[in-house]
Design a protein. Structure first.
Length: 132
C-alpha cells in the first residue's frame, strides 16, 4: 500500500540510492525498503544499501504489492524529464549506476531534492513508474 505524500528524509554518504528511490515513489520509509531488501537477499549487518534494478522491481512486487510498469529508457535524464514524464506518475529511474526518483517533475535522490541540474547529462538506462 502506498502511503500519504510525505518528504523522504535524505540519508547522505551511503550507497543506498536504490532503496531511497523506491521508498520515495512508494512514499514509505527508506528503512522499510532496506530491511525488506536485506532480508530477501540475505544481506549481513554490514550491508550499506547497494542494490540492482531487477531486485528492486521484484521487491516492490513481491514484498510491497506494487507493480512497477516499465518505461522506455535512453537519452539524458534532462531529456527524459522534459519529454517522457507524465503528471500523476512517480518514476524509479536508473542513470548510469545511480538511482533517482522523479516525483512531480523533481529529480530526487539520497542527497536531496531537485537534483536535475547536477544529473542532467546522465544517461537513463532503466525507468519504471507507478500511478500516484
Amino acid at each position: 500500500r502506498i502511503g500519504k505524500r510525505k518528504m523522504i528524509v535524505p540519508i547522505k554518504n551511503r550507497p543506498n540510492c536504490g532503496p531511497h528511490a523506491l521508498a520515495s515513489i512508494m512514499e514509505i520509509a527508506v528503512s522499510r525498503v532496506e530491511n525488506a531488501y536485506a532480508k530477501r537477499h540475505h544481506k549481513g549487518s554490514n550491508w550499506k544499501g547497494r542494490t540492482n534494478i531487477n531486485n528492486l522491481v521484484k521487491l516492490a512486487s513481491a514484498h510491497f504489492g506494487t507493480q512497477l510498469k516499465e518505461e522506455s529508457a535512453g537519452g539524458s535524464l534532462a531529456r527524459f524529464v522534459k519529454k517522457t514524464i507524465i503528471p500523476n506518475r512517480r518514476y524509479l529511474v536508473r542513470v548510469g549506476s545511480h538511482f533517482v526518483s522523479i516525483i512531480d517533475g523533481k529529480v530526487i535522490d539520497q542527497m536531496g531534492c531537485d537534483r536535475l541540474e547536477s544529473l542532467a547529462r546522465k544517461r537513463v538506462t532503466h525507468a519504471f513508474w507507478i500511478e500516484g
